[in-house]
Design a protein around this ligand. Structure first.
Ligand code: S1T
Ligand code: MG
Length: 540
């Protein structure tokens, strides 16, 4: 076996199911092994940001490793933003970058794709990954690969592997997986006992679940935990879509002043807010009407549990959930009184009225009622906020790091990873960044339905700074470009046209379907409207 095959077998053994990438001369030998070994399927895209976003989405929907393979310099550095997004949102993406061979560096010449020095790239990726290695020695390579892949899974964060091109075909031993990091069972027991004691003593305990529940594959166990605890359950913004396919007592998503008042009040008045795998960020908790007193909360995140003013270190989330379940009777507790679960808008009138963002959410709910749930990828912009009015379904969205460009590549990653037809919701500004990746659909048989909200505007920015003319975008007539990219497109102006276009798109398989929904500048979803007002009032 050579070093590349050892790496590919290890990636597969650790849960990776596909590779996204763009080659370059520093990576050509490795891509040759990827293609000829067929250990993992390879999907090449057109621009490295899309490679990163697609690998991230695959990781999220699998709750397993995503893999992005790029060339040195121009390729890898092009992917810094998506890897930063994966780091911020705890997505286990393995970055493999080609690199110059040992001899090349010693000729004393500056190498193409080199920026400051040959290890600058490693230093840049040290800031957005939890573990790194440069495979310069075939003898230590198996242990290095095992160490880094274990870190990726244990922390659910990206890792970086640099693969010099003169190492690719060297003989190499197989990779033996590194053991899970140990934890102290006594500390785990004490922690679980204290959490349950706090919840039982509380007047109004609430369970809020976040991305780590998904990342560590705990949804079914957490749904059981919620049933046994009998607590009202909400998701964080980034955790939206969690427990979508379970019968947990899920009320909806907490988005502070931007969310449903009953949920906001329940969370913010709780005297024992149990944050399970929730990233404590401004978009998750920052827009609370009142200041959530985190000293009253129980926070389980990043392999540690904070209860009031004290911390239990090295408490992995999975063993914690199991320890709590082991302490609870296997019966469903009487559900504590709590607000009714959120209801979602349905039955859009197919009339000549202009389209609003809420109409788009309503039309999606009607489509999924009629034809079944679809996994959804959104970008950032009002597309993400209107998704709060879409019925719970598997959802990948840049809800915390909030980078544009995520939506379309993430949707492609979803279909590559699951084989399911995704729905992509994206604004015109974000589509201008990475929407053209749809041109890769035909060769892979991907056929997402793409709902493009064309308000010819950076509307989310206009909401905060309406006086700025630079928020006015030109009208790019995106639907007309669909055919050139191998798909089909239609521009719609009214609710009737939207309903008809969605039903037609649903019937047409084998090509992406681009529905360009014309929305007036200034029209915003209810959630974005509340979010902007909430942020403005907090700033005031
Ligand atoms: N660049 C990138 C890569 N990500 C960003 N989030 C931004 C810039 C800043 C930004 C937003 S929202 C937004 C920008 C430029 C406008 C989005 O426009 P569009 O996709 O058309 O959606 P909509 O019209 O619904 O707003 C956030 C605040 O950072
Ligand atoms: Mg826009």
């Amino acid at each position: 076996m050579n070093l590349s095959e050892a790496l590919l077998h290890a990636l597969k053994a650790h849960g990776a199911r596909e590779i996204f990438g763009i080659p370059g001369d520093y990576a050509l030998p490795f891509f040759k092994v990827i293609e000829e070994s067929a250990i993992l399927p390879l999907y090449t895209l057109s621009h490295e940001p899309a490679v990163g976003f697609a690998a991230d989405a695959a990781a999220r929907i699998h709750s397993a490793l995503g893999v992005a393979v790029v060339t040195y310099g121009a390729g890898a550095l092009n992917m810094v933003n998506p890897v930063a997004a994966a780091f911020a949102e705890k997505s286990p993406v393995v970055v493999v970058s080609g690199a110059p061979g040992k001899g090349e560096a010693q000729r004393g010449l500056l190498l193409h794709h080199q920026a400051k020095s040959l290890d600058s790239q490693l230093r840049i990726f040290e800031e957005i990954t939890c573990a790194q290695t440069c495979l310069t020695d075939a003898r230590s390579a198996p242990a290095e690969i095992a160490r880094v892949l274990r870190a990726c899974l244990s922390n659910s964060q990206p890792v970086y592997i640099e693969l010099p091109r003169d190492m690719v075909t060297l003989p190499c031993e197989a990779v033996a997986a590194a053991p899970e990091p140990a934890f102290d069972p006594e500390a785990l027991a004490a922690c679980a006992d204290e959490i349950l004691a706090r919840l039982r003593a509380a007047r109004s305990p609430v369970l809020m679940i976040g991305v780590e529940v998904r990342r560590f594959g705990l949804e079914q166990r957490v749904a059981e935990l919620a049933r046994r605890l009998g607590l009202p359950v909400v998701t964080s913004l980034l955790g939206r879509g969690l427990l979508a396919n379970t019968d947990a007592p899920l009320l909806g998503t907490y988005i502070g002043v931007a969310g449903l008042p009953a949920i906001t009040e329940l969370v913010e008045k709780s005297d024992a807010l149990f944050l399970l795998g929730v990233i404590v960020s401004d978009t998750n908790l920052g827009v609370s009407a009142m200041h959530i007193d985190l000293r009253m909360s129980i926070q389980a995140l990043n392999r540690q549990v904070c209860i009031g003013h004290h911390v239990y270190p090295e408490i992995p989330l999975g063993p914690l959930v199991d320890a709590l379940l082991a302490r609870l009777p296997a019966t469903r507790a009487a559900a504590a009184p709590h607000p009714a679960p959120a209801s979602y808008p349905r039955r859009l009138p197919a009339d000549a009225a202009p389209i609003t963002p809420l109409d788009i959410a309503t039309a999606i709910n009607d489509l999924m009622d009629a034809h079944g749930k679809m996994p959804i990828a959104t970008d950032i912009g009002d597309c993400m906020f209107l998704a709060m009015d879409v019925e719970h379904t598997a959802l990948v969205a840049p809800g915390y790091y909030a980078t544009m460009g995520f939506g379309v590549p993430a949707g492609l990653g979803l279909q590559a990873a699951t084989g399911q037809r995704p729905l992509i919701i994206v604004g015109d500004g974000a589509f201008q960044m990475t929407g053209w990746e749809l041109g890769n659909c035909l060769r892979y048989g991907w056929d997402p339905i793409v709902l493009l909200i064309n308000n010819a505007s950076w509307e989310m920015l206009r909401a905060f700074q309406p006086e700025s003319k630079f928020n006015d975008l030109a009208d790019w007539h995106f639907a007309e470009a669909a055919n050139a990219l191998g798909g089909e497109g239609v521009r719609v102006h009214t609710r009737g046209e939207l309903v008809q276009a969605l039903n037609e798109a649903q019937r047409r398989r084998g090509k992406f379907q681009l529905i360009e929904a014309m929305v007036a500048r200034g029209a915003k979803s209810p959630t974005l409207t509340r979010f902007v007002e909430g942020v403005k009032s907090k700033r005031a």
